[in-house]
Write a protein that binds this ligand. Structure first.
Ligand code: PMP
Length: 330
């Protein structure tokens, strides 16, 4: 019989898919690492598994304990799946810009979710960082993975995502592009690929305009899961050879093109990363292999990025509309 012991053993080993249409005019090969094939639907299943198993080994997470974490949704899903299979409880703290769809997913997996305001400083008592600290203090047997500072976040990518890409491309990868949230993906994957290639692989971060990684002040933006208003320790500041800042509008328009033209129904941070990857690839030749990591699925964003009304409200449809008219005239 062929079966997996539980959903946990399906984490990682995601496919690499060539982008064929949004890459028009580009000579380099552009490949997408499609992380929605993870059982929880995002790249974050990788860090959830590694952080929980490390905490079990160190004794920080005790049998029957409660996992408390501030998360924009995806890390929560990964933690919730691993936790329920291993007999732990979960309480998640989310900022209010996270879609209700995502919050309901966490609740479906059996987690408790506390929603906090986005428009307050990280130091404010109601900020989602502070609320989660308070819950850790007040909940018996609580453990906070803290994906922002947990070394097992980047390590999970150093041990899984990096080696997978090196093997899948037969060592031919020349550029790795990823959005930066906690910085775990780019740091772990990037450092592995640099070591494996003797420093040849170039690592490029994609960041929403306004976030600190591309020199911003932390000004609000709408793309979820990436960008920060502080510098987390999970992010290795030496790993990136460059950072590309991408606007919400460009991110979301590319996200819609990925669904329409590549059959990839993915989230807004994926569109953002692809915009950055194409910017990099445009300068390269036919021997270059650019891999862009797509963190999650578009299912959690149907009432936002994939709603014409929502896109129009923010003025994000403008160019697309004129492009459609031009297509009709042609
Ligand atoms: N995109 C989405 C949708 C995410 O949830 C995250 C994680 N915060 C990222 C990108 C960025 O990944 P990382 O935290 O590893 O930098």
């Amino acid at each position: 019989m062929q079966f997996h012991d539980s959903m946990i053993s399906l984490v990682g080993n995601t496919p690499l898919v060539k982008l064929n249409h949004v890459t028009e005019g580009i000579q380099a090969t552009v490949l997408a690492k499609v992380e929605y094939f993870n059982p929880g639907g995002s790249v974050k299943d990788r860090i959830a598994l590694r952080m929980i198993e490390a905490a079990e080994r160190s004794g920080e997470l005790k049998p029957g304990g409660t996992i408390v974490e501030p998360t924009s949704g995806n890390t929560g899903v990964g933690l919730a799946i691993v936790a329920q299979q291993k007999g732990y409880k979960c309480i998640f703290v989310c900022p209010d810009k996270v879609s209700l769809d995502k919050i309901n997913v966490l609740r479906a997996y059996g987690a408790e979710v506390v929603v906090c305001p986005t428009a307050v400083d990280p130091e404010h008592p109601d900020s989602y960082y502070n609320v989660s600290d308070r819950l850790v203090r007040e909940t018996p047997n609580a453990w906070k993975p803290d994906q922002y500072s947990n070394p097992n976040n980047p390590r999970s990518h150093y041990e899984t995502t990096g080696p997978e890409l090196w093997e899948q491309t037969d060592g031919k990868i020349t550029h790795f592009v990823a959005g930066v949230g906690t910085g775990g993906t780019i740091s772990g994957t990037g450092n592995y690929l640099k070591e494996a290639s003797g420093g040849a692989v170039k690592v490029i971060g994609a960041d929403p305009e306004g976030s600190v990684y591309s020199g911003g002040s932390g000004r609000p933006y709408l793309v979820e899961g990436v960008g920060e208003d502080f510098w987390p320790s999970a992010y290795d500041r030496k790993v990136a050879d460059g950072i590309v800042a991408v606007s919400d509008k460009d991110s979301f328009q590319m996200t819609r093109r990925l669904a329409k033209e590549e059959g990839l129904l993915v989230g807004g941070s994926c569109g953002m990363a692809v915009v950055a990857a194409l910017e990099v690839a445009r300068e390269l030749g036919p021997d270059d292999v650019v891999v862009v990591l797509l963190p999650d699925s578009g299912r959690g964003y149907m009432s936002k990025i994939f709603s014409d009304e929502w896109m129009a409200d923010y003025g994000f449809l403008e160019d697309t509309t004129s492009a459609t008219v031009a297509d009709v005239l042609r």
